[in-house]
Write a protein that binds this ligand. Sequence first.
Ligand SMILES: [Zn+2]
Length: 237
Amino acid sequence: MAMAMAICAQLSSSSPLFHPQITKKPFLLPSPAATISVHGFSTLRPKSLSLSHRSSISASAASSTVDVNEPVKKSVRTLPFRVGHGFDLHRLEPGYPLIIGGIDIPHDRGCEAHSDGDVLLHCVVDAILGALGLPDIGQIFPDSDPKWKGAASSVFIKEAVRLMDEAGYEIGNLDATLILQRPKISPHKETIRSNLSKLLGADPSVVNLKAKTHEKVDSLGENRSIAAHTIILLMKK
Ligand SMILES: [Zn+2]
């Protein structure tokens, strides 16, 4: 989670945010033969990551690499259920759109990020990846890769769902909590939930969304940031 936060900080610190746009380009994950640097996130190769091809990923002498596939091998072996948690936070800045769950929410500020800064979709992706025992969103979709600049976060969701499906799991249920001081989410909650369900290919009854303020304290409470938590239960198909 700390890593995810660090990555989001990296995303936030990169300059201009683009409005979300649907990319028609094929979406690719790193090759299983690629070495993923925990600290650099820059050594991913733009080839498809397949859970069914689990060649080993080398560990460097500096032990700064992770084996993408080793946890998956364990995870898909026998477990009938897997739980994942996702957390994300973005800084809010004037002049940017506020995209939550793929929906453009009217507000006086939005997320400055490498992608569209969709805090909800990012943490749902991390929850799915976490449940599968995969590296987090920042490792799989590195902000150093220009192809994710301004990307609609729905592409990350679709890829996470593909990986879940490939591993033989489906969504049991999902519970997400948005934390922001403003604007009020209640008028948009059903639209967001419905869109999230659609993106996940899940029945809306298993996708829950809550929202709360931060009691006007800290950056969240001062309308300077937005955060989200997600817990997801995956079930073996
Ligand atoms: Zn994010």
